[in-house]
Design a protein. Structure first.
Length: 414
């Protein structure tokens, strides 16, 4: 989006008179405001940015032709490369907002992560062979069936980078300078570019994946500062200590182990990863220490059942109907039908299971063989093998029909 005052903001150091006018405010407006979001909300952000600002669900946002943008993300976009001067801008025009001692380190880390992410998401050159990080963030084309999830995942990843320096005031939360974060849904949404298109589940599931890769991780008690401990530990009515899982340590984007996601899970932000599932890949101790907030999920017997069925079906014929899978899982785990359906989706997240859910219509479009299958309707959901053998059979079938199966081709690249 283009902001009326973006050229001025990108060279504010040489436009002091104009900036004095744009940032004019009563000091009481910014007193005790700890974040850039709070500062912009309490002052005339519409005048500063040079764009329309409106309230959306009680939060002020920049109005645009597509979707509303939070004020923090809008300021970063409007300032462009000059966002590196944010500490100086704040001290010049908002002098009564104290900056925490590790604020410059937080800004450097957040911007470095943002730039490295955008080098992937904004690239117009498609690599011949995708790296693990590119598989998660790079949209292949408008036909990429994971396009929406990739965009939300990238937005959440970028938002966490911005959240590192959205908090201006206060004390460091962890002992590593600039890396402490207090993360909630609101802190992420306040820094996203398009929060309106992301559901609460997509944001929560994105955060879990980012924790798996180590881009951000739950801070351990020995890492807390006194300020971090005050936020992390509260006491119930009986005086028992209760730990809230909101203090995180932000890592380096380039150092994250993205292959832990791409090798083990399919990207589907509408489906959560259960505790039992995560223990399979990370081990019980790691899950206990770094994912104590995750619980339940699909059981081991259900995982074993689905794994067995996928191993028995390496062809491009349907493995079973989604209804049959849901009924079986319901019987195995003794749960409600709706929960059993969620468990099936959880299992399908796992790459070693090598199965995917598709409608009969979509399956035919991607080369699966339903010639002898008596489907109830074109919209009926079925489970299909995504093993290499099955996908190659689909590709061969599509060649004979002179068709291109976008989804199976993409699955084969995975």
């Amino acid at each position: 989006m283009k902001y009326k005052n973006q050229e001025l903001l990108r060279d504010w150091q040489h436009n002091d008179e104009a900036m004095q006018e744009l940032t004019q405010h009563s000091p009481s407006k910014t007193a005790k405001k700890a974040t850039i979001t709070a500062i912009l909300t309490s002052t005339n952000s519409e005048r500063l940015l040079g764009c329309k600002v409106k309230k959306v669900d009680s939060a002020k946002m920049v109005s645009s032709t597509t979707t509303p943008t939070p004020l923090m993300a809008a300021l970063v976009e409007a300032m462009g490369d000059n966002v590196v001067s944010l500490p100086q801008l704040l001290s010049t025009y908002y002098p009564n907002v104290p900056q925490r001692e590790d604020y410059i380190e937080a800004l450097k880390l957040g911007l470095t992560n943002m730039v490295e992410l955008e080098a992937i998401t904004k690239s117009h050159h498609r690599p011949k062979r995708l790296t693990p990080v590119q598989k998660l963030f790079y949209v292949l084309s408008k036909d990429d069936f994971r396009r929406d999830d990739k965009r939300v995942f990238a937005d959440v990843t970028r938002a966490i980078a911005l959240a590192a320096f959205n908090r201006v005031s206060g004390q460091p939360l962890v002992k590593s300078a600039g890396r402490g974060l207090y993360i909630t849904h609101d802190t992420i949404r306040n820094c996203m570019q398009r929060p309106a298109v992301a559901t609460a589940d997509q944001i929560a599931n994105s955060l879990v994946l980012l924790r798996i890769a180590g881009y951000v991780r739950l801070a351990q008690p020995e890492e807390w500062t006194e300020a971090g401990k005050l936020l992390a530990v509260s006491h119930d009515a009986a005086g028992k200590a209760v730990v809230s899982h909101h203090i995180y340590v932000l890592g380096n984007f380039s150092a994250a182990n993205w292959s832990l996601i791409t090798q083990n899970f399919n990207l589907d932000l509408h489906t959560s990863i259960g505790r039992t599932m995560l223990i399979q890949f990370l081990g019980a101790d790691t899950v206990h220490n770094y994912f104590p907030d995750l619980s339940g999920g699909v059981s081991q017997p259900t995982i074993n059942f689905m794994l067995t069925r996928s191993g028995e079906s390496a062809s491009n014929f349907p493995v079973m109907t989604l209804k049959a899978a849901t009924d079986t899982v319901q019987a195995i785990d003794g749960v409600a039908k709706s929960t059993a359906g969620k468990y099936v989706d959880q299992v399908l997240l796992v790459k070693p299971i090598q199965m995917a859910k598709m409608s009969a219509r979509e399956a035919r479009e991607n080369g699966y063989n339903l010639d002898e299958w008596q489907a109830g309707s074109p919209a009926e959901k079925l489970l299909f093998s995504t093993s290499q053998d099955a996908l190659l059979m689909c590709i061969e079938r599509l060649k004979h029909a002179n068709k291109k199966g976008v989804r199976v081709s993409q699955l084969l690249e995975d």
